[in-house]
Write a protein that binds this ligand. Structure first.
Ligand SMILES: Cc1cc2nc3c(=O)[nH]c(=O)nc-3n(C[C@H](O)[C@H](O)[C@H](O)COP(=O)(O)OP(=O)(O)OC[C@H]3O[C@@H](n4cnc5c(N)ncnc54)[C@H](O)[C@@H]3O)c2cc1C
Ligand code: FES
Length: 234
């Protein structure tokens, strides 16, 4: 895919836009990015897809994501996908609360757009470690949904955890660090949760990302990354 833009949008957090020939990826799906000099591809969620342009947001955590920051518009990246099951919109009720933390926020943006297209009522709760690491709040607000943001460290309107802002809701869709997912899951009765796993192949061949669930072993890259409330075993 040809890179259209690659820019810093928050502390250590970059947004990359690419020309892409996908038809309609599902919200919650991810792509696998090959980087020259790195053996394994890096899994990154689809943050948006509109008019043939794919948007991803990635945080620099190691050598692979650091290498991505050096990519320039006009260059091409070897990207395969979309992979994973995606959020299942068909089973969702009318009112949904999206709860995202850190780099778990990007896939919820595309999900939010798809839910609004289905005339669902959506509330958004986002969590970040610091204000400097926060992103996408304005983009969510521009979609016309209510957005609350919890900031863990430093002064903020809501200082603390996303679960402090999460009182009651009909149905939750969440993505973020596992302790956050667990806390949200404990406060919810119904929902869908996106999990991360260290991935080998990324498309179901190596079994390296298998986890035990209430409905048997599941590969996070293939039968996941989205698991439902009742399948999750902590
Ligand atoms: C389904 C899925 C979606 C993801 N979506 C995003 C996203 O939208 N934005 C984002 O910033 N990050 C996302 N991640 C995490 C991202 O894949 C890792 O941060 C990235 O691979 C780290 O690569 P690195 O070379 O910089 O780090 P290193 O630590 O040097 O990576 C070493 C190896 O570990 C793997 N790895 C490291 N951390 C993870 C991880 N958390 N999950 C899976 N493999 C990992 C790498 O692919 C690589 O093979 C996602 C992970 C998964 C599984
Ligand atoms: S990463 Fe190979 S099966 Fe999931």
């Amino acid at each position: 895919m040809e890179i259209l833009a690659n820019q810093l949008i928050a502390k250590k957090t970059w947004k990359m836009m690419l020309f892409c020939d996908y038809q309609q990826p599902l919200p919650g799906q991810f792509v696998e990015i090959a980087l020259p000099g790195f053996y394994l591809r890096r899994p990154i969620s689809i943050c948006d897809f509109e008019s043939g342009i794919l948007t991803i947001i990635y945080k620099v955590v190691g050598d692979g994501t650091e290498a991505m920051t050096r990519c320039r518009p006009g260059q091409h990246l070897d990207i395969i996908g979309p992979f994973g099951n995606g959020y299942n919109l068909a089973v969702m009720p009318q009112k949904i609360t999206l709860v995202g933390g850190g780099v778990g926020v990007p896939p919820l943006f595309y999900l939010c757009k798809k839910l609004l297209q289905c005339n669902k009522e959506v509330d958004v709760i986002l969590g970040f470690n610091t204000k400097e690491e926060a992103f996408l709040q304005q983009e969510f607000a521009a979609l016309g949904v209510s957005v609350k943001t919890a900031i863990m460290h430093g002064e903020a309107e809501h200082q603390g955890l996303v679960t402090d802002l999460f009182t009651c809701c009909d149905y939750v869709c969440s993505c973020g660090p596992e302790p956050m997912l667990k806390a949200v899951w404990q406060q919810s009765k119904e929902g869908q949760y996106s999990f991360e796993a260290r991935m080998g192949c990324g498309f179901g061949g190596c079994m390296g990302c298998s986890v035990e669930t209430a409905s048997g072993m599941k590969r996070i890259c293939k039968e996941g990354p989205i698991l439902t409330q009742e399948e999750i075993l902590w």
